[in-house]
Design a protein around this ligand. Structure first.
Ligand SMILES: Nc1ncnc2c1ncn2[C@@H]1O[C@H](COP(=O)(O)OP(=O)(O)OP(=O)(O)O)[C@@H](O)[C@H]1O
Ligand SMILES: [Mg+2]
Length: 660
């Protein structure tokens, strides 16, 4: 060995020893501190808002421009202050139910925070917005949204019946306002039963196209009044740069009001038509007067006729998206590009067929459609099943490369790009599965694994793919060349995990088995080269049996998965129970690499989902992680885990500091 290399090696060894000593000292100091520190809620329990300003938890979407409806607003407020616990806003599609409910809810929020007028407006301790607009709303999802919005994530962990009772109790304790948008589309009868039995002092505000409940205080929406309709027409004229409409005399606009019956969406569609080439108020009015049957049918048919070919091509693909879409997603799906796409989207927004958020940065702008537009566009799509399939396939291809670029297993800032797309991505994966393009769907999921580990969506993922198929594919994608016996051990481990954790949920509301799968996948992702051993992954998948189910099941694991897996599970449990008492060096010497890794993977996933843990436990979790787990991960040479744990503890410390 060259003298220089020898010196380098000695320095390296000394540095490593110094590292271990430093880590041991750090662990010791931490233990000392823990002994001195009394348990109990700390500063982290204090609210973020200045004293005197009530903190009102809510999840309301932002309000948009709202005109008139003063008397209806007053009636809804009055109903919310009365003894009625169920209030509904009903009326035909597009009449403005959602807009009114949102406006009322924002006024209640301002009054509750004492930021706005409180006269005649009920104050609440929290406001929850739920909607069945894009997907069916189940009782479970409704209860989870209530629990999470009101910052009781622990409730979401419970089985459905207990969860129902816990949420009931919560809503009985203080006045909360629950809004259920598009109630008419809910098919889960237990939602209706839950709402009917909802206890005072909380209130529910429904919007519905059909009046289905008898126990409810109903406010029926009709068209806007003449002056409100004229204000909306002028406002739309201004938005579209139609000075002739913006400044028109009332009598000129009166016909438009009469022809649309004052229905806001019909007014917006009709004004959008006037803006089109060759159109005027008269041409649009003439066609409205010829309208037979539903006004929306005829306005939509006419709007469709006025659209450019590329705008049609764009509109027809919008229902493929489960939620709002990005420009690049629409571009890929519609196959309309560059300035032609901008023109098409411009025309659709102008005609109020598509709504756009007002971000200046085009890449961040999101496009969405009203339920009525969705219904019409879907009927057009159905006329061309082949075109629809091709568009879906293009979208799947788009998400395959989008998720490859912006996803990954380990957290990077880029994961943020996935967030608004996730419902669309999952709908696409579901389509892939239905169309026997399973591999494509699984590949897309592989790219978003890092996001799912942190943000959940497990119920959706495991609803599309059975856990066994999902896990075996993902592990295979991580560079494991699985022999048939390794494959079978993984399959059996998944089956054991599924059967052991059946009917259990985590605090996040995700099925419990998701944690087992997450720990299995983290373990699989970290193992490198020679270490890639399916038995370690199988042990990670069943690592919690002792703790969650009981020691008898460990023997069962041994019978089904073999003695090596059983020993590893046992070792990992033992390490978990005694990690605080053991010296770092001792852990490294006496526990196998697999057991240590499983413990680290378990801690990592618990930290990734820490936001569902009550705030007063954070301080302890963060300290333990910084003082025990990060040094252990560093010494065991798992840099990805170190980086991820450091990121999470740093962010958690910032949160705790802001709250202090
Ligand atoms: N008072 C208002 N002022 C301004 N715009 C309004 C008003 N009411 C409704 N709109 C607009 O009209 C359109 C339809 O309204 P909204 O979505 O509230 O109807 P809806 O009755 O909830 O329909 P659906 O039954 O299909 O859910 C939206 O674009 C909304 O912004
Ligand atoms: Mg609505």
């Amino acid at each position: 060995m060259e003298p220089l290399t020898l010196t380098g090696a000695i320095i390296g060894i000394l540095a490593a020893i110094a590292g271990i000593i430093a880590a041991i000292v750090q662990v010791r100091e931490y233990r000392e501190k823990r002994r001195e520190k009394p348990e109990g809620p700390g500063k982290e329990d204090q609210p973020l808002t200045p004293p005197g300003v009530p903190q009102i938890p809510h999840n309301l979407p932002p309000r948009s421009e709202f005109i008139g409806r003063e008397s209806e607003k007053a009636r809804v407020h009055e109903a919310l202050r009365s003894r009625s616990y169920l209030v509904s806003i009903d009326g035909i599609g597009g009449i403005g139910k959602t807009s009114l409910a949102l406006e009322v809810a924002h006024e209640c929020l301002r009054a509750s925070k004492r930021e706005g007028p409180a006269d005649g407006i009920a104050a609440f301790n929290g406001i929850i917005w739920t909607t069945a607009k894009d997907r069916d709303l189940t009782l479970n999802a409704l209860l989870d949204t209530i629990a999470r919005t009101l910052e009781y994530p622990g409730i979401a962990q419970q089985p459905l019946e207990e969860k129902r009772l816990a949420v009931r109790k919560l809503l009985q304790a203080k006045p909360y306002l629950l809004i259920v948008d598009n109630f008419e589309t809910i098919t889960d009868d237990s939602v209706r039963d839950f709402l009917i039995e909802l206890p005072e002092p909380s209130k529910t505000l429904l919007t519905t196209r059909e009046q289905k409940l008898r126990q409810v205080r109903a406010i029926s929406l009709k068209g806007l009044t003449e002056s409100e309709a004229l204000a909306l027409i002028r406002n739309e004229g201004k938005r579209l740069g139609l000075a002739s409409l913006e400044h028109a005399e009332g009598w000129v606009l009166l016909h438009l009001y009469q022809a649309t019956g004052g229905t806001p969406l019909a007014i917006k569609w009709a004004v959008g038509q006037i803006k089109q080439k060759g159109q005027s108020l008269d041409t649009v009015l003439a066609s409205l007067h010829e309208a037979r049957g539903s006004i929306f049918d005829s306005i939509f048919t006419r709007s469709w006729a006025l659209l450019s070919a590329s705008a049609r091509q764009v509109l027809i693909v919008t229902p493929i998206f489960a939620t709002s879409a990005s420009r690049e997603g629409i571009e890929a799906t519609s196959d309309v590009h560059h300035f032609v796409l901008d023109e098409a989207l411009g025309q659709l927004v102008e005609m109020s067929l598509v709504d756009a958020t007002d971000e200046l940065d085009l890449t961040r702008r999101r496009y969405s459609i009203h339920p009525l537009t969705r219904a019409f566009a879907t009927s057009k799509v159905r006329q061309e099943p082949e075109g629809y399939r091709a568009a879906q396939q293009r979208l799947a291809g788009f998400y395959q490369s989008f998720t490859k670029e912006h996803g990954g297993f380990w957290y990077r800032n880029g994961l943020a790009r996935l967030e608004p797309e996730l419902p669309n991505i999952l709908a696409t994966v579901q389509w892939c599965r239905r169309e026997h393009l399973s591999r494509m769907g699984l590949d897309i999921l592989h790219n978003v694994l890092g996001f799912i580990l942190i943000h959940g969506y497990w119920a959706d993922v495991l609803g599309i793919y059975p856990p066994t198929e999902f896990v075996v594919h993902q592990v295979g994608e991580m560079g494991y060349s699985l022999s048939s016996s390794e494959r079978s051990i993984l399959e059996r481990a998944c089956e054991v995990a599924v059967s052991l954790y059946e009917n259990r949920t985590r605090r996040s509301g995700d099925p419990y088995v998701s944690h087992a799968i997450a720990v299995g996948l983290i373990t699989a992702a970290v193992l490198k080269g020679e270490q890639k051993d399916a038995r370690i992954v199988a042990a990670a998948l069943t690592h919690d049996v002792n703790y969650v189910v009981g020691p008898d099941t460990l023997a069962q694991v041994g019978r089904v998965l073999g003695s090596e897996v059983q020993t590893l599970v046992k070792e990992a449990s033992k390490l978990g129970e005694s990690i605080e008492e053991q010296e770092l060096g001792h852990i490294l010497r006496s526990f196998s690499m697999g057991a240590i890794l499983i413990r680290l993977a378990d801690r990592l996933h618990n930290m990734q989902t820490m936001r569902f843990t009550p705030r007063h436990k954070w301080q302890r979790l963060v300290e333990e992680t910084e003082n025990l787990y990060i040094p252990l991960a560093r010494q065991a040479d798992h840099p990805d885990i170190v980086k991820e744990l450091e990121r999470i503890t740093r962010e958690a410390r910032q949160c705790l500091l802001t709250a202090a």
